[in-house]
Design a protein around this ligand. Structure first.
Ligand code: FAD
Length: 453
């Protein structure tokens, strides 16, 4: 039986980052993966969605200019070629990641891992192996989830993975669940000519975001002729052969060519044998972790599987922390600071830190300030000058920055710095913001008068 200082299960962004860092610290490392290097992010998540959105961004840009009567005509995307490029890009990245692991001396073990006890893991593949470890990092991620009545049949009732594999645009698509995944998918297929229906049980789309930002987004999407239904649950989805019938709880029915179920994720913990090592889980199966991302003294759980933050950059950050903690390079609890997040598309949402409502719910006295993107020269130049930047303040210090509008995701890193470094309005006056940039809207929001939430 081979022994490793650190074994990582799952080669998504979290597990990959952890394995590389541990090998750079000259530890013996094995990385176990049952499918493809890159996990959800590279194969069925962040990367393919952004590749599709990036390839079609200019269509939206030209639309905006044609609304200003500055151009006319049409451009056709070749879906077959686009899918081929996406697959080739993903395959090339698999290869590059494999080379990088080899160069760093990480043993890549292909197969399904399950724990035998608190120091041993079995890997099921053509040739079963048993490996032992000093430290284990569980980075097995998450998978698409659904509720009763909404189960994907992978023919017409699809999950996000199926939708990324379509060969041609459906005439119409019902998106059940208006979080980032649902909205980004809807955006891409809408650019390809698909009519969009979004159905969200919460009172608004993008329910995790600031209410004003989400309402602004909704208004902008409705102007693109999206049918947005909020505050209503989908009772069932029926594949009727030629179409899908979407039945809402209030009796309303919508008929579409295809439906996407994007109602959340579930942890990849079944079959992992966690009980054998005393690893605790929540009722829904997320791995429970302490302040150091540990689940037992020598086992960490990082990334989606611990259910803290379902984002690739959070997984990576946690993966690196777990290695540093295991090697004694940090003894501090895991405190990530503001975690930036975006919804991508022609109209984007970004957020760093807390929303005003979240801060108020913590009992804080909150003020807000805003700047419209309408006056920003870069937004104007793109012919897409709607949207706003909004800042949430506590005691004169920035606690959250969020924005909605064209290109808003480009603001997210500076917004994260503003929150993390506890900017005040005075700090914004001290910095020179290049002109013309979208960043100027951040400054304008910071120096705008503050009002009660
Ligand atoms: P994963 O990436 O899920 O990787 C886990 C790996 O573990 C998988 O490769 C799996 O095969 C492997 N595994 C599981 N069980 C076992 C086992 N028993 N044995 C061996 N291997 C196992 N996040 C962003 O930050 N930005 C985005 O723009 C973004 N867009 C997204 C779009 C979509 C459509 C989706 C679905 C997700 C998106 N995400 C995005 C989320 C992001 O993909 C995840 O948060 C991220 O991939 C989580 O990383 P992870 O390392 O925790 O797990």
């Amino acid at each position: 039986m081979s022994h490793f200082d650190i074994i990582v299960i799952g080669a998504g962004p979290g597990g990959y980052a952890a394995a590389l860092l541990a090998s750079q610290r000259r530890k013996t490392v094995a990385l176990i993966e049952r499918q493809h290097l890159g996990g959800t992010c590279l194969n069925w998540g962040c990367i393919p969605t952004k590749l599709y959105l990036g390839a079609t961004a200019h269509l939206e840009g030209l639309h905006a200019q044609s609304r200003l009567r500055l151009c006319r005509g049409s451009v056709q995307m070749d879906m077959g070629a686009l899918k081929k490029r996406k697959n080739a890009f993903v395959a090339a990245t698999h290869k590059a990641m494999g080379c990088c692991l080899e160069k760093h001396g990480v043993a890549l073990v292909q197969g399904q891992a399950s724990l035998i006890d608190k120091n041993t893991v079995r890997v099921a593949s053509d040739a079963e192996q048993t490996l032992s470890f000093t430290t284990l990092i569980i980075a097995t991620g998450s998978s698409t989830n659904w509720f009763a009545g909404l189960e994907p049949d992978h023919a017409r009732i699809l999950d996000s993975t199926d939708l990324l594999d379509l060969d041609e645009a459906p005439a119409s698509l019902a998106v059940i669940g208006a979080g980032a995944i649902g909205l980004e998918m809807a955006e891409f297929w809408n650019r390809m000519g698909t009519a969009i229906h979004v159905i969200e049980a919460a009172p608004r789309i993008a329910p995790a975001e600031d209410e004003e930002i989400a309402q602004t987004l909704s208004g902008m999407l409705k102007r693109k002729k999206w049918n947005i239904v909020t505050g209503k649950r989908v009772a069932g989805l029926v594949n009727e052969g030629e179409s899908v019938l979407v039945r809402l709880e209030d009796g309303t029915q919508i008929r579409v060519e295809k439906a996407l179920v994007a109602v959340g994720r579930k942890p990849n913990t079944p079959g992992l044998g966690l009980d054998n090592a005393g690893v605790a889980m929540t009722g829904a199966g997320w791995v429970t972790t302490d302040d150091f991302l540990r689940t037992t003294p020598n086992i960490y759980a990082i990334g989606d599987v611990n259910g803290r933050t379902l984002l690739a950059h959070a997984a990576e950050h946690q993966g690196r922390y777990a290695v540093l903690h295991a090697l004694g390079e940090t003894a501090a609890p895991y405190t990530p600071g503001p975690i930036p997040g975006c919804i991508y598309g022609s109209i984007e949402v970004m957020r760093a830190g807390h929303t005003a409502a979240e801060l108020a719910a913590q009992g804080k006295t909150v003020t807000v300030s805003r700047a419209s993107l309408g006056a920003n020269p870069i937004s104007q130049a793109h012919g897409q000058a709607q949207g706003l930047v909004k800042v949430a303040w506590v005691d004169g210090v920035v606690h959250g920055v969020t924005a909605v509008g064209h290109g808003a995701s480009h603001l997210v890193t500076l917004a994260e710095i503003m929150v993390r470094d506890r900017w005040t309005a005075h700090t914004a006056h001290e910095h020179i913001f290049a002109h013309p940039t979208l960043d100027e809207a951040l400054r304008d929001a910071l120096i705008a008068p503050q009002e009660e939430k």
